[in-house]
Structures are given as C-alpha cells and as structure tokens.
Write a protein that binds this ligand. Structure first.
Ligand code: PLP
Length: 500
C-alpha cells in the first residue's frame, strides 16, 4: 500500500478501506458506537428529567443579547470529531443561557405548547427509526398507525363519522406540521375544487375570494397570500365572534361584483382572546353558497375531548375540514397538528404528481400521505399520539385540560378581588385577558416591568384598538402555587407601574 493516504482523526472509532484510481484510502470515521450511545443517551435523559423537575429555579426569560452564541462557539465546525462529554457540557454553557423556558410553570405567554414524557419517548423512537413515511410502502406502520390515531382522536372529539377512515368513505385525517400548513393545504384544496367546478379556467384565480374573522390568526391571512387569493377579514360582534349574517352580506356584495367566494375559515378559540366564531351560522351560509368551511381550533380544539366543552364544536358537521393542534394542549410535543378532511380527493388531486420512483404496487388501496401535505418527507409523528393516548388514557387527558381551566379560574378569582384590575373579556378555557384600569401606556409599562423582571412571562395583544394583557396557563406542571406566585408578581409590578 505504497500510495496509501491515511487520514487520522483523534477520536478513532472505525476504519474502512476503499480504493479508486490505484489509490487506497483508509477512512477513519469518528462514530458514537452503541455502548457510547447507551451511556450518552442515559446521561441526557437524566439531564432532561432534572431540567423539567427543577425548571422553576431558572429565570423564565434569558438575559442574553442578540448574537450571544457567536461569542461562545467557534466560527467553523470542528475538523476532528469531539468527545460526547465536551458536547454535553456545552448544553448548560451555550444553550441554557439563551433559553426561554416554555415549560416553566412561570411561563404564561402565547398559548401552551405541549410537553410530556411519553411524547419525548416517542420522539426518541421516531428519531431512531428515522423513516420518511411519504408512501405506504416507505413504511406501512407509519401510515397505518397515523390513520388509526386520527380515528382515535376523531372519536375522542366526537367528530362526524365522515371525517373518519373507519367510515369507509372519502374522509380521513392527516398529521400536518402546523395549523398554518393545515389552513394553506385546505385553502389550496378548496381552490382546486372551485376551479374544477368552473371548467378549470385558471383565469378565474384572480376572482376567488376567501373569508375569515378579523380576529383570526395571522396564518389565515398568510394562507391567502401564499395561495394567491383575496382573503377578506370580516368584522365580529360584541363577543368577537364572526356571525353568519356578516358573512352572507359580504358574499352577496362580492358576487354582485363578479367575484367567486370559495373558502371560509371559522376560528374556535382565537389567539387574541379565545373567542369563538358562530360555526352553526357560518356553516349554514357555506352550505347554501357551496363554500368550503375550514375550522381552525388550533388551541381550543384539545378541550373538546371534555363533554362539558364539546358544545363549542356544534356545527362542525357543516365543515369540509377541521384542524386542531394536539401539540398545543394535548400533551403531544410539537409538531403534531391534526387535520381532518371530509373529502380527501380534493386535497389529493390538488397535489398529485406521480413520478415512477415514488410509485408502489399497493397504490390506491390505502392513503399515500405525500398527497395530503405540502412537503414530500414526513416523520413518524403518530408514535407520539399513540404513546400519549395510551399513557394518559382519555380520562387523564381530560383531567389535564380540566385542571388547567380550574387554574385559570383561580387566577380570574384573584384578579376580580383587586379593583385596580379589570377583565377584558369573559374567561373561557385557560386564557385570562385583563388590564390595569387606566391608559394603554400604563398597561404597556406594566407588561414591560413584568417581562424585564423575568420572574414570569406573559404577552399582550390589542383588540379593538385597546392594549390588553393575556395570561395563559401553559406548562403541564403548573399548580396553584404557581398561579399565586404569578399573581404576587403581577401585584408587585402593578404597584410600581401605578406609582412610578
Ligand atoms: N390558529 C390559531 C387560532 C392559533 O392560536 C395559532 C397559534 O397560536 C395558529 C393558528 C398557528 O399555529 P401553528 O404554529 O401551528 O401554525
């Protein structure tokens, strides 16, 4: 081997030999072996459990400034592989200083994002299997478990039969990455359906018009932009709810102007205040006008597994599609946004491109989920649903929701006893919207004081031009004492805001 080139790396794990053009190469690859993986992963699991258990000890918001990580790690990747011990040590040094601790019981911003141990285990398993389940044959378990899990959850939510695979019709469910993707996918499906009904005349695209409430999430407006159609954001009533009469009057005006109404998004549990659009009224209008009704229940949808909150879903039988995020409130870690479609052909046909390399013998007998989404690749996400549903059971999940609603009520009761504060909207589910009596400027100062102190974190919003403060019960481990802790901090900062 006189012409051998030997490449040395400091962390030698295995060697391989290959030759080309008369040259032999010894490739020395730094690779974590199975035994090292066992010990590294166990160390990491202990770290994760300690992190979650002791998370209250950390400031909920970080103190770093933009660009901090550049100061802590090299400009380029290491030439030679490093030891796991060095990588592990850097989690605390490099990553933790820049963390906003979403799973701290002192985090009350945005909406909850789910986190549970069974779900983390499932993510670990999914990473280990590392399949890309775009077609049935690319991993039958990935497709078939997803179908079953979507039916399980549909039954927990008491969705109409036509959304379930077990019904044997054209309906079914699919896991999307986010609610934003779900809205876009259904908008594109509805666009396709309407064009098909109008002789596939692509020139009509500029005439298509979609509707949602002015309280809907920004991702709805964005779906209109991405789908290249007009999206009208309609005014709501005094309960911040979109009503059927507002929709039908706008449709009449648009038709009179030669436009083609085709798609409506109804929101159940708006991001601003957890308001609910009037789905039975919107549904009737959509039925009369032949429009696709999509329901976005990203946050609130999880609560509908409890019979006492299921009434919010009345009218879902009119919907062509329904979406909620178990990754918000159903203890299934991001990303898991569940979308049910009444007639999947509209989605499948909208995205169907069929190269030879993706075909298989059993095509057509069972869904190939690549047609139900925008990307091709997809992780084995239904494992998270399976692990979580089996670990908690329906009762455990219902009790998680109920506990968080009770905690929000506890916060509301504390607030109502202090006449310096007022509720901004009635409290529904686990979000409390409130403000200090006084000006917007006072409330802006108040929120800044709270977030600067980093003991708790909350986020404001604006509704009807007014600045309001949102208090969401987020972390799975939140208890009464955390609500009391937050309330003390809120009172402390209110005093400063009012006297400074
Ligand atoms: N819709 C509503 C009502 C939401 O509250 C949110 C996020 O909070 C979204 C959509 C967007 O969710 P995602 O991040 O899954 O796209």
């Amino acid at each position: 081997m006189d012409e051998t080139i030997v490449q040395m790396v400091c962390n030698v794990k295995y060697t391989d030999c290959c030759s080309s053009n008369g040259m032999s190469y010894i490739m020395i690859i730094s690779d974590m072996d199975a035994n090292e993986f066992r010990s590294a992963a166990k160390q990491l699991v202990d770290y994760i459990a300690d992190y979650i258990e002791n998370i209250r000890d950390r400031d909920v918001l970080p103190s770093v400034k933009p660009g901090y990580i550049k100061q802590l790690i090299p400009e380029t990747a290491p030439e030679d592989g490093e030891q796991w011990s060095a990588i592990f040590a850097d989690i605390e040094k490099v990553i933790m200083p820049g963390m906003t601790h979403w799973h701290s019981p002192h985090f009350h911003a945005y909406f909850p994002t789910a986190n549970s141990y069974p779900s983390i285990c499932a993510d670990m398993m999914s990473s280990a299997l590392a399949v890309i389940g775009f077609t049935w044959i690319s991993s039958p378990a990935c497709t078939e478990l997803e179908m079953q899990m979507m039916d399980w959850l549909a039954k927990m939510l008491d969705l109409p039969e036509h959304f379930m695979f077990s019904n044997g019709g054209k309906g079914g469910g699919v896991i999307q990455g986010t609610a934003s993707e779900a809205t876009l996918v259904t908008l594109l499906g509805a666009r396709n359906k309407t064009l098909a009904e109008n002789g596939n005349n692509k020139e009509l695209l500029t005439k298509l018009v979609a509707y949602a409430s002015e309280q809907s999430h920004s991702s709805v407006e964005r779906a209109g932009l991405l789908g290249a159609v007009q999206m009208r954001l309609l005014p709501t009533d005094e309960n911040l709810s979109l009503r059927g009469s507002v929709l039908s009057e706008q449709i009449k005006r648009d038709r009179a102007n030669g436009l083609i109404p085709f798609f409506v998004v109804g929101t159940l549990g708006t991001t601003n205040t957890c308001a609910f659009d009037n789905i039975p009224e919107l549904g009737k209008v959509c039925e009369e006008e032949n429009l696709w009704l999509h329901i976005d229940a990203a946050f609130a949808g999880s609560a509908f597994i409890c019979p006492e909150f299921r009434h919010h879903l009345n009218g879902v039988e009119y919907a062509s599609s329904f979406n909620m995020n178990p990754h918000k409130w159903l203890l299934i870690n991001f990303d898991c946004s569940t979308l049910w479609i009444k007639n999947s052909e509209y989605i499948v046909d909208a995205f169907n491109v069929n190269p030879v390399y993706l075909r298989h013998d059993n095509q057509g007998q069972i869904p190939d989920y690549r047609h139900w989404q925008i990307p091709l690749g997809r992780r084995f996400r239904s494992l998270k649903m399976w692990f979580v549903f089996r670990s908690y059971g329906i009762k455990g999940l219902q009790n998680h929701i109920r506990k968080q609603v009770v905690l929000a009520k506890h916060f509301e009761s504390l607030l109502l006893k202090d006449d310096r504060f007022e509720l901004s909207t009635p409290v529904d589910l686990s979000l409390v919207c409130f403000r200090l009596k006084g000006t917007d400027a006072l409330n802006e100062k108040f929120v800044k004081l709270i977030n600067d102190a980093k003991c708790i974190h909350l986020t404001p919003t604006r509704v009807g031009g007014r600045f309001i403060v949102r208090f969401a019960v987020c972390a799975r481990t939140t208890e009464d004492r955390d609500i009391d802790f937050a309330w003390n901090e809120i009172q402390r900062q209110a005093l400063i805001a009012l006297t400074q």
